[in-house]
Design a protein around this ligand. Structure first.
Ligand code: SF4
Length: 376
């Protein structure tokens, strides 16, 4: 990851999905009747926030399901963004797309509107697993979408994949995961996000788990899947640059997401979106209705804000840095009492390495990344 200070990132949250996947705890709704009001509110938020954040070298349409927007709605959204914000030439411009929304016509539209990176929510390339995950797309439809995306003129294509669930027994899932990875690689993505399923929030999977009708893999099984994924993709030439993210080359890193991990400024638009600059973080209301109501009155849809103290910023740098291959500056840790001793122990256990004044998590260290900062 580059040391050169980057420009800001612009994020737009499209909080709509056609149906809700049973494991998903993201901020999204199936109340599509709210979409026209959301779009109007977003145009108003662009007007309110325009000129307030400088220049942007990344734009990311995430969700929810941004590909749910029809041609006219997407055109309106992109027009509003480009009128209000200075998005520089050569910016990374990503749209998240569900496989069931892919068509040659849509891909041509994305290109015409300036998108140069597609993040495709593949999740699995096994029919039984897609059904278990409650996805709207089947294996055949997904493979066709992958072919269209690959022949659609996009150099930068990322696939989201999920592992670490138990549709069947562990060895079956492990074998199917390897098949999914191999099939995904045959479409030559330049980036992969491999998420481990977590059962969170008030989701149908959470309830099934509580009722004993869903089993989850053991810690050991999850560890094995994680290590296998990392070793396998690195052997295929990918850089494991963040716990869940793999890039074909330095140029393939997701420029937008890196901003979240290195405290670059970013502006988030839409319900629940967060913004950050110079130690100040603020976030929008989660409810789509409240978001629309605020903007109808010309008010910012702000839910809260916080100014991070130096100590809080240091702690965040530690948490975020130890999730990435870039790690953290050793000086950040060594000023904490007793840190040298803990570091020596972590290095002896091969969980971290010291290189050029930085502390870098190893592959096994990634596994414990959330717990490592708590040791200091
Ligand atoms: S499509 Fe994505 S955001 Fe929508 S419910 Fe499924 S996992 Fe969640």
């Amino acid at each position: 990851m580059s040391e050169v200070p980057s420009l800001a990132g612009l994020y737009v949250h499209v909080p709509f999905c056609l149906s809700k996947c049973p494991y998903c705890d993201f901020d999204s709704t199936t109340a599509l009747d709210l979409l026209p009001a959301w779009l109007q509110a977003l145009e108003e938020e662009c007007r309110l926030r325009g000129d307030s954040f400088g220049r942007f070298d990344s734009l990311y349409l995430g969700g929810g399901t941004p590909s749910i927007l029809d041609d006219r709605q997407l055109d309106r959204l992109v027009t509003a963004l480009s009128r209000s914000f200075d998005i520089v030439e050569g910016a990374e411009i990503t749209i998240e797309v569900n496989p069931d929304d892919v068509s040659p016509h849509r891909l041509a539209l994305y290109r015409a509107l300036g998108f140069n990176r597609i993040s495709l929510g593949v999740q699995s390339l096994q029919e039984a697993e897609l059904r278990f995950l409650g996805r709207r797309h089947g294996e055949k439809q997904t493979l066709r979408a992958l072919e269209w995306v690959r022949s659609g003129g996009f150099d930068r294509v990322s696939f989201d994949l999920i592992h670490g669930f138990r549709a069947d027994d562990h060895s079956t899932h492990r074998a199917l995961w390897e098949r999914t990875l191999r099939k995904a690689l045959s479409f030559d993505p330049d980036h992969l996000s491999c998420y481990m399923m977590t059962i969170e929030g008030d989701t149908p999977f959470r309830r099934l788990l509580a009722e004993g009708r869903l089993t989850v893999p053991s810690e050991g099984e999850l560890e094995e899947l994680f290590l296998f994924t990392s070793e396998f993709l690195e052997s295929e030439g990918f850089i494991h640059y963040e716990i869940s993210n793999f890039a074909r080359s330095e140029q393939s890193l997701c420029r937008h997401n890196v901003k979240y991990w290195d405290h670059s400024p970013y502006l988030g638009l839409g319900p629940s979106a967060h913004s950050y600059r110079d130690g100040m973080r603020c976030w929008n209301v989660r409810s789509v209705q409240r978001y629309c109501e605020a903007l109808k009155k010309g008010e910012p849809p702000r839910e809260g804000s916080e100014l991070l103290s130096e100590a809080q910023l240091d702690l965040e740098k530690l948490f975020l840095g130890l999730r990435t291959r870039r790690g953290v500056e050793a000086s950040l840790l060594l000023k904490r009492p007793g840190a040298r001793h803990i570091l020596d122990q972590l290095a002896a256990s091969r969980l971290v390495e010291m290189r050029q004044g930085r502390i870098l998590p190893t592959r096994r260290g990634f596994l414990l990344a959330d717990g490592l900062p708590l040791l200091f």
